[in-house]
Design a protein around this ligand. Structure first.
Ligand code: SAH
Ligand code: SF4
Length: 438
């Protein structure tokens, strides 16, 4: 059971380069996106506003950034006209750069994005009748080497920053035109009307520049009719290997005064980083999905090599202990269906046995394996998948088969990959064998 706990992570493990909190810009301005509200307040105070003003402005600016989605300080109509250039001289409102946007025949959309320091990563939007799901990346590449996953063949370049993670959600809202339509300016808006007297110094001028309340919500914006309703941390990377940044980004996504997405509509998927799972439940509180993919040690060791460090039993126990898991909030077990590898009726029965043994409030998502060039696996046949699903269902767990989406643009699960290559375990073994023979 715990006998594998002391092993190091197998495969090629690159050190995780620490991502910068704020990308320094040549012009010295600071990107506000990704910063917690208290940090915005600190920066405003450091730039010269008195404490009270800094607090108020931070609240107003935060609302404009995350609730209204503006990318220009000039659009912040309840901020005094004279203050907008002051903000623009010191701060920017960033978005990830879009390198390419693709549209699948099934409506799925994929964006290739670039960080300010030139690394590419991807995000995917998957609409269906009842919801619109954004699949968000947490890292450029991945340190883990799951053998069926295209991202696993990439080198980890670096962790994404909170701004780059929440920036994906902002960009999706931009692309879907989902920011609340501008409220008509109320008489107290347009800052100058409420500015008191001449602006003697920046700090004091801005302290008195606003009406006390910034309640400009005179429009409706509810979940109804939204295109983007759900977020899954299932893009590139292992989110629990970038825990702090993912937590900070999701905190912004959930902030009621901003993007305001409920934690119930956010799912974080992990390949099974047990030591971070409890903190994930406690500090983020989102739904958990676990990439199980195998119910026997040899098979899961191959498919998800992290299994050699954190084995199946310990993983299931950590799931049973996941804070907030209940029958109303079940844990999702992802199970990729690979021909002849993990798809037998016996495997299905073993899966049911394990889920019962740990008394897990569970549902199982069966994902037909999505092929990619050079993958050594094939997808299970449809009636094999049906039989597997039926056994799990009869065992008392919902086991829907996920329809692959966006395969034509390589946007489906496990197909995401940008340029950073890493050698596969098999390739390294082959090279080592060849070198030994020579
Ligand atoms: N690193 C995290 C989240 C990203 S992967 C994790 O592994 O959970 C998102 C999901 O896609 C995981 O369940 C992953 O196992 C699955 N996946 C990866 N490659 C796949 C492929 N080729 N076909 C189908 N699903 C795949
Ligand atoms: Fe990384 Fe997840 Fe792909 Fe495994 S399945 S290589 S953890 S992204």
């Amino acid at each position: 059971m715990a006998d594998t706990a002391l092993m190091t992570i197998p495969g090629i493990v690159d050190p995780v380069p620490a991502a910068r909190d704020i990308t320094p810009r040549a012009d010295g301005r600071i990107d506000l996106i990704g910063l917690p509200r208290p940090r915005i307040r600190e920066l405003f105070a450091a730039a010269g506003l008195d404490e009270k003003a800094a607090k108020l402005r931070a609240k107003q600016v935060f609302h404009w950034l995350y609730h209204r989605g503006v990318t220009d300080f000039e659009a912040m109509t309840d901020i005094a006209k004279s203050m907008r250039p002051w903000l623009a001289e010191r701060f920017v409102i960033g978005r990830p750069e879009i390198v390419e946007a693709q549209h699948s025949v099934d409506g799925t959309r994929k964006w290739l994005l670039r960080t300010a320091d030139g690394h590419d990563y991807e995000m995917v939007f998957i609409p269906d009748e009842t919801r619109g799901t954004l699949c968000v990346s947490s890292q450029v590449g991945c340190t883990l080497n799951c053998t069926f996953c295209h991202t696993g063949t990439m080198k980890l370049v670096r962790n994404l920053t909170p701004g780059e993670i929440v920036g994906q959600v902002m960009l999706a809202r931009d692309a879907l035109s989902e920011w609340p339509k501008s409220a008509s300016a109320s008489p107290r808006e347009g800052g100058d009307l409420v500015q008191q007297g001449a602006p003697p110094t920046e700090a004091s001028a801005f302290a008195g520049a606003y009406a006390a309340d910034d309640d400009d919500d005179d429009f409706e914006y509810t979940a109804d009719g939204r295109l983007l309703t759900n977020i899954v941390m299932m893009g590139m990377g292992e989110p629990l290997y970038n825990f702090d940044h993912v937590r900070d980004a999701l905190t912004l996504v959930m902030d009621g005064d901003g993007l305001a997405l409920s934690k119930r509509r956010i799912t974080l998927s992990t390949s099974g980083v047990i030591p971070m799972m409890e903190r994930c439940g406690e500090e983020i509180g989102v739904n958990l999905a676990v990439s199980l993919h195998g119910v026997r040690k040899e098979v899961r060791d191959e498919l998800v090599p992290l299994n050699k460090k954190y084995g199946i039993e310990d993983l299931l126990q950590a799931c049973a202990d996941y804070p907030g898991a209940s029958n109303a909030r079940r844990i999702t077990f992802e199970y990729v269906m690979i021909k002849g590898k993990n798809d037998s009726d016996d495997d299905a029965r073993e899966l049911v046995r394990l889920l019962r043994q740990y008394n897990l409030p569970a549902k199982v998502n069966l994902i037909p394996f999505n092929p990619w060039p050079g993958a050594g696996y094939e997808c299970s046949a449809p009636d094999r998948i049906r039989s597997f699903s039926e056994i799990v269902f009869q065992g008392g767990f919902s086991a829907p088969v996920r329809t692959p989406r966006g395969r034509d643009i390589d946007a489906a699960c496990g197909q995401l990959k940008t340029a950073a290559e890493k050698k596969s375990r098999a390739q390294i073994d082959r090279e080592a064998a060849a070198a030994a023979e020579a």
